[in-house]
Design a protein around this ligand. Structure first.
Ligand code: BJW
Length: 248
């Protein structure tokens, strides 16, 4: 981790009146949650891209639910890590917004206020045919029945997440759009390949924000950043937090 970039970013963070953080799977990696595109991306022989689609669910809802049920059990045993904990503390600052692509709920478990869940939640279920039962929370692991059913109409239930080809909830888009007017946007632990989430960084920069990234790897948006910290989030965020608070 390069000290001069960390010091520069900490100074920007200290001065920022409005700070927006966008997180991806890498922020939960140290908690033991597999990322989508890393070496641990395979479940049986399937890639996430083959399962996180309405078409896959239409073809074989049980198979898709087996993947989600496995992930739910795995996540239920995970705890927030120091990266989640720093962001939870920052969420008590005025002008702070956290937008996460993660569906694991670990930011909420760390105590983060007002999380904008861009891709939904793995703990929410929805009626697939779309009866009036909007969505409901179910944290049972493993689920009693696969695929689970809508308690109201008996139709198939689906995970309350956003799959490829599906639109982002307009209320979520509106909250994200409002958070683009910030002094600093920090992208943490995302490969920035999935849109429209990946476009948030460019959009904030176009509006005048200073944009920075924390990721041990180089990402698709690297050329459009003002600053990059090549380090794991669970190491970089506590170091930044200590500098912001004048503790080192
Ligand atoms: C660490 C670390 C450590 C590791 N510390 N870092 C424009 C251009 C091209 C395509 C499109 C476009 N606009 C829309 C599209 C289509 C599509 C898309 O983007 N496709 C691309 C893949 C090409 N997008 C959509 O379909 C979206 N909907 C949409 O656009 O609606 C409008 C529309 C409708 C109809 C037609 C056309 C348009 C919806 C996208 C939904 C994505 N859903 C998923 C699954 C969610 C549910 C579930 O969890 O099962 O969301 S896919 C998956 O990818 C998941 C993630 O949130 C998302 C992003 O992944 P993320 O978080 O970046 O993870 P990884 O694994 O990729 O990266 C991890 C990173 O962490 C790595 O960089 C590591 O280096 C790093 N790391 N350890 C810090 N310790």
């Amino acid at each position: 981790m390069d000290s001069s970039t960390v010091i520069e970013l900490s100074a920007r963070l200290r001065r920022a009146r409005r700070l927006t953080v966008v997180t991806g799977a890498g922020v939960s990696a140290a908690s033991g949650v597999p990322t989508f595109r890393g070496p641990s991306r395979l479940w049986r022989s399937f890639r996430p891209e083959d399962l996180a689609t309405p078409e896959a669910f239409g073809r074989n809802p049980r198979l898709v639910w087996e993947w989600y049920d496995w992930r739910r059990s795995l996540i239920a045993a995970c705890l927030p890590n120091p990266a989640h904990e720093v962001l939870a503390r920052w969420s008590h600052r005025d002008g702070f917004t956290l937008i996460t692509q993660n569906v694991d709920g670990l930011h909420e478990r760390a105590g983060t206020r007002g999380v904008v869940r861009f891709h939904g939640s793995i703990w929410e279920l929805r009626c697939a045919p779309g009866c009036r039962n909007d969505s409901w929370e179910d944290r049972t692991v493993p689920l009693a029945e696969l695929p689970p059913r809508c308690p109201r109409c008996g139709g198939l239930a689906r995970p309350g997440v956003v799959w490829f080809g599906e639109s982002i909830d307009p209320r979520v888009l509106a909250r994200s759009e409002a958070a683009l007017d910030c002094d600093v946007m920090l992208s943490v632990g995302t490969s920035s390949v999935v849109y429209p989430a990946a476009g948030l960084v460019q959009a904030a920069r176009a509006r005048g924000a200073f944009v920075a990234e924390i990721n041990p790897a180089t990402t698709d948006v690297a050329g459009e950043l003002d600053l990059a910290i090549a380090a794991p989030a669970e190491e970089a965020l506590p170091r930044l937090d200590a500098l912001v608070n004048g503790m080192v």
